[in-house]
Structures are given as C-alpha cells and as structure tokens.
Write a protein that binds this ligand. Sequence first.
Ligand code: NAP
Length: 527
Amino acid sequence: MITGKNYVGNRLTGSGTKTYRTFNPLLNIENENEFIEASTEEINEAVFLASDAYITYNQKSGKEKATFLNAIADGILALDDTLIKTYCSESGLPEGRAKGERGRTVGQLRAFATLVEEGSWVDATIDTAIPDREPTPKVDLRKMLVPLGPVVVFGASNFPLAFSTAGGDTAAALAAGCPVIVKSHPMHAGTSELVASAIIKAAKVTGMPNGVFSNLNSSGIEVGVQLVKHPMVKAVGFTGSIRGGRALFDLAAQREEPIPVFAEMGSINPVIMLPGALLNRTPELAKMYAGSITAGSGQFCTKPGLLLGIKGESLTNFINTLSEEIIKIEPSCMLHPNIIGTYEKNKKSAIDQSGLVVAAEYGSEVSVNHAKQTIVTVEGHTFLENIKLHHEVFGPFSMVVQCEDAAELQNIISNLEGQLTGTIISDDNEITKYPHVIATLQNRVGRIIFNGVPTGVEVCPSMQHGGPYPASTDSRFTAVGTQSIKRWVRPFSFQNWPNDLLPNELKNANPLGISRSVNENQTFDAI
Ligand code: NAP
C-alpha cells in the first residue's frame, strides 16, 4: 500500500507540511496518492541513522549482504502487479517496459549478491614482512577496499526502477557496505515508496541495522541539496541532467569536507556514418536509426542525438530515407508534461539556430503528452561554430551533420564534449581508411560501438557506462555492471596488524577462499 510517507530507516513518517502528487501522462491527470516531502528533521534523522548503521553494516560478511540483496530482489518481485501498475501510471511507459526494467533491476541486485558472496572484488593485496631485509626490515602490509560511509542516491526520471530506488547505484552501494539514503524522484514517488518497502522488509528479515536504507520524498531540489550538504554523507550517486549533476557536484566540492559525486548525465552519442556503408545499406540503417531515435520516446541517455556523415549523394539519400522512416513510427507518450514541455522548448531553440534545416517532423495531430519525432540537418562548419547545437535534446530528436570531408568530420569529433558512447557505421574494412577518426572518437567517449545502435545497455562486468565529462563526473568508473561497486569504496592498508584482528579477507588462512595478490602472485592459497 502506498502511504505517501517517507521511510526514515524502518519508520514510516510524514511530519512535513509540503505535499505533492505524481502524474499520469497517458491519462493527463494527477494520480490519487498524496506524498509528503521530507522535513529537515526527517532528513537529519535519516542521515544520523545511516551513519550509525554504517558502523555495524560495514562489518557484515559478503554472505550476509548477499542474503539482504537477494531478499530485496525477491521483495520487488513479490510487489507484482501493484508495482507494475504504479510504475505505468507514474511514467506513461507500457507494461512490457515496466516488466523488462523490473527484470533488469532484480538481475542487478542478484549480480551484486553473487559478487559480494564470492568476495574477491575487495582486491585483497598482501605483502608479507621480511624482518631480515637489509638495510631495513620490510613491514607486513595488507590492503583491501572498504566502504566509504552513507551514500545519497538520486535517480533519473526515465528509469523508475533500474536507475532509481533499488537501481544500480543503490545495489552497488549496499553491496559495498554503505547505507543508502534515496532522494526519491518526484515523478515516481509511488514506485519509489513501494520499492523502499521491499528494501525495508528485506533489511528487517535479514537482520540489517535500522538506517541501512531510507527513502525521502521531495517535490523540488531542497531535500537533495540538504542531503548533499550534510557532513555525515560521504558520497553521492546521481543520474540525470548535466545541469542537475553539475549543481550537486559543485555543492559537494564546496563542503568543508568535499565528497565524491558520481553523476551520470546526458549525452548526444555521436554516430559516424561512413560513405560506403550509406551507399550499400541506407534502407536498413535508416530503419534501424529511426527505431533507436524514437525508442522510449527518445528518453534514453544513449539515444543517438548526433549523426555525422560526409556530404554527398549517399548522405542525402540517407537523410531522406531516415526522414521517411521516422515519420512512419507512431509517436509515444513522454514521461511527464514537464519533460515534453522541455523537449518542445529545447527542440525549438535548436531549430531556431541559424543554418538548421528540419528534414522531418511528425506531421499529424498527436495525443496529449505524445512527442513529435524530429530530424534536423546542418552543415559541418555551422555545427562547429555553434556550441548550442552540441547540447542534448532529451526526446525523439536527432541532428544529422553534413561534413565537407574527413578532415572536418575529425575536427568535429575532437570538438565534442565527453560522451557516453560513440558509434561507427562502416562497410567491411572501410573504417581502416579513417584511423584518426577512431582514435579521436575513442578519446571523447566511454564505449565505442561498431555497426549497431548505442541504445540498449547490457548489464555485465565489461560494460562501461560513463565517459569523459560531462557524460559523467568521473570517467574512471562505470555506473552499470558490477564494477560500479568501486565508486563506493576506498583502499585501506593494515600494517603489521595481528593476524587474528585482520578482516577475514586478509587473514593468513584465507578463510573466505578468495583470490588475493600475495607477494605479487594472484592466488587462492593460504599463507
Ligand atoms: P534531472 O532533472 O536532472 O533530475 C534528476 C534528479 O536530480 C531529480 O531527482 C531532481 O530533483 C534532481 N535535481 C536536478 N537538479 C537539481 C539541483 N540543481 N539540485 C538538487 N537536485 C537536483 O533529470 P531527469 O529529467 O530526471 O532525467 C533525464 C536526464 O537524465 C537526461 O539528460 C538523460 O540523458 C539523463 N540520464 C542519464 C543516464 C546515465 O546513465 N548517464 C541515465 C538515465 C538518464 P527534482 O526533480 O526534485 O528537481
């Protein structure tokens, strides 16, 4: 049942005075439940509890944390139709997408459970003492990764489950041993409360400390700002716009004790369309890209927002075919009137820039909150000179840039801001004629794709979801896949520490049977 209250640790509370409702964009009406924004007292209590919980939670074994994470996954599945219906009513997204995203969320939780139960992820590194070394004895040093402390998580509007309350950031932080305080996204407060109830239930059943998780409602930025400024918060996970991520990053840097903000933000995901591929495969490519640009109403951080080609008949033909294909697609509902409002505003502001030509825009009337997909085109030099054209338009919009030649193409790539992905569309060995293009693109992105589309982010250890700024605030880490756990830990060394007092990961006997580096050899053996 949705109460509209906050979870401050295990307690449901709503002492604040500010209330709000979520919105059903398909029906164009407010949803029934009223939510109470967290008060300053509730925010402080959630952080104090998290800080307290950290002392015991960070001592939990990998097995205990795995049991907790699996119980959360089970609890989310047990919410069944209630969760799916709430998700759909708060997002306008179809049931199939809701179920798919639930599967991904549950899969992520279970993947982290497996990782921490196995245990080798802590990078245990041991160098044993050499007491008789000359001229000075060598000390015994043992290092491993330890959790940072309470983490605040902000989810994005476009993934009410997978990048939200029990999404990748939360699963990774809990797996690392960090308590989590979620600032619930105002557009899906009901979905968030339901998922939070599953987390709290799992925490109680598996014996986790009160405060290991809190879920705070907010209708504006105040709750998030207070959380990021709170001295007991030790790190922040954010998924959303560049503006939001940057604001929080700056706030965290201005604190007396600056803390890391791992912000995963917007991207235009350049696609390089080489001439040979366009000449031979335009019908197939146009269809594939029309689908990728409009998937989820263009509300994906990996949507291809920028298509780069070299001027000529094959590029003109591609633009025409893409235009024909994209207007065949039935427009879909966006997440919220504010999102479609911002889409229309940003689209207009792009189209109003000098030199932009609209190649296609869905022409017929659309239902309320449904977005009209649009393709625009621009000359390479105009794109280069106008930085406004480099910004994300979140929604079913893409820009085709017509470059004079390969040199201009390369110049444009090297002038792009950091991106989550880059894609090369090439025929056979065509790409080998453009070695500098690959090198330049690789320098601007976190993931490079060959002959495909950037949408669709596989969850597995080799995924890199993040890129040079502003795609993310720290390109050394991924936000997707089990390696994202590394964001919530720090390396810690024990020097000459008694064996009995060492954590199990570093004891001589290797009681957990994990893989460790011992005197520079990777081994499962005891010492
Ligand atoms: P958003 O407007 O930035 O909101 C995200 C969250 O941040 C919300 O909870 C919002 O709170 C909060 N927020 C925003 N500005 C803030 C500020 N100045 N101070 C404190 N809190 C602030 O983004 P969105 O519309 O939800 O999501 C769409 C964006 O996310 C797109 O740009 C998309 O590309 C990006 N995205 C990126 C990834 C990725 O992995 N890189 C994945 C999905 C989406 P309020 O709503 O209460 O203001």
